[in-house]
Design a protein around this ligand. Structure first.
Ligand code: BGC
Length: 404
């Protein structure tokens, strides 16, 4: 009897075990299938929203996850319009996050060196934080001694933006909006700004910037400040990435990183990226401009047909040889700031728990030239009531075996 009962129980255990083994095997099979799924198998596009945190002032910050039909994923938070992560496949189809960032809102609020954010009202530096417009001299905050950097003490990167989801046939997106009041950070004019991020099914992240001003004329220079590492954030240095810039000229800087006003050729200098070169190949040259910047921290003047040419052109192409990932940047802007992460110093711990050291990420910020308000011969950054500020930049991802 006992034996019969226990053998029946044993039978049940065996059946259950068998079912469990089958389930595990099935799920391993399924997981295996999804892990090795070809990046071209279409997946549903989606926009997911979750609470990312609350600012010290009590504002809720949301994170939007955009996923396209190829499984590329971009995470954007409403604080600073920050791109927290960009997951793209390598040449084998393995995805990694190629944008430097933080895991928590607290880190973004307390110590962000502009990772992923929208920089404004004026991206990059204004000499001594001073400019004159329509006969009035404005004094901005000196937050990068002796200059003003990226919009001052509380630039666009430190505000919570209003978000609207945007769904297209072959894209998903997020429109971020805010009004910067007249006098904010001492900039004149009330500026209404929209930045729309669109993730297309061609693995492009498109950014459309739109602004208008009322009351007074102002100056505007908006960009996105993502730091990239195409091998994956937290994997080490970007010095082996190959860079090509569509720029025969650049704007050299003085010791405080303000343009001197000259626009010389890059030919014959370590700033010549007109053909693909590893970022690290010449970064330690004692060329004075590199010494000043502690590496690359320069605005490159994009090759354009004419001064008023604002067509969307290829500005930069970066390839990471190990993963084969390629980033191409297209823009309507006249310049691009190439910054080789010189001020990362091991004091920040990134999204996946790895510490960032000098040169662990690079930024390519499409923009008007730094300090344009103080250089009459640079393309103008003045926006007047009735005019529309409209620029577009695209980050396009591919690999060297899957380039289209
Ligand atoms: C500037 C760097 C600055 C960095 C801050 C770049 O746009 O060119 O000089 O250190 O932003 O993260």
């Amino acid at each position: 009897m006992n034996w019969i009962r226990s053998s029946a129980a044993l039978g049940r255990v065996v059946v259950r075990l068998g079912a469990a083994v089958l389930l595990v095997a099935l799920s391993i099979g399924l997981l295996g299938a999804s892990a090795s799924a070809s990046p071209t198998v279409p997946q549903p596009q989606s926009i997911k929203k979750d609470l990312f945190g609350t600012t010290p002032a009590g504002e809720k910050v949301f994170r939007y996850t955009l996923t396209n039909s190829r499984g590329m994923q971009v995470k954007i938070i409403t604080y600073g319009g920050i791109i927290q992560s960009i997951e793209v496949p390598d040449r084998q189809g393995h995805k990694a996050n190629v944008a430097l960032g933080f895991a928590t809102l607290k880190d973004y609020v307390e110590r962000n060196p502009y990772f992923g954010c929208i920089t404004g009202r004026y991206a990059n530096r204004i000499a001594l934080g001073r400019f004159t417009l329509d006969g009035v001299t404005y004094q901005l905050a000196i937050n990068n001694d002796p200059n003003s950097l990226h919009g001052g003490n509380k630039g666009f990167d430190k505000y919570v933006w209003r978000a609207t989801e945007v769904r297209g046939d072959s894209s998903v997106g997020l429109k971020l909006s805010r009004v910067s009041p007249d006098g904010e950070e001492n900039y004149p004019g009330r500026l209404t700004v929209d930045v729309t991020y669109t993730l297309t099914n061609k693995n492009e992240l498109r950014m459309d910037y739109h602004a208008t001003v009322t009351r007074k004329a102002t100056i505007v220079n908006l960009t996105n400040h993502t730091y990239f590492n195409l091998a994956g954030e937290g994997t080490g240095s970007i010095l082996d990435h190959e860079l090509r810039l569509n720029a025969k000229r650049y704007t050299p800087v003085d010791a405080t990183l303000i343009p001197t006003g000259e626009i010389p050729r890059v030919a014959g200098t370590p700033l010549d990226f007109t053909k693909p070169v590893a970022i690290g190949a010449r970064i330690r040259d004692s060329f004075p401009q590199l010494v000043i910047g502690r590496g690359y921290d320069h605005n490159f003047v994009l090759d354009r047909k004419s001064r008023d040419d604002t067509s969307l052109i290829l500005a930069a192409r970066v390839r990471e040889p190990t993963s084969g990932r390629i980033l191409e940047i297209l823009t309507t802007e006249p310049g691009i700031q190439f910054y080789s992460g010189n001020f990362l110093d091991g004091t920040l711990v990134g999204t996946s728990g790895k510490m960032y050291r000098q040169g662990d990420g690079f930024a390519l910020e499409t923009q008007h030239y730094p300090d344009s308000p103080n250089h009459a011969d640079f393309p103008s950054t003045v926006l007047r009531p009735g005019q529309v500020y409209q620029t577009t930049t695209i980050y396009k991802f591919s690999t060297d075996e899957n380039h289209n």
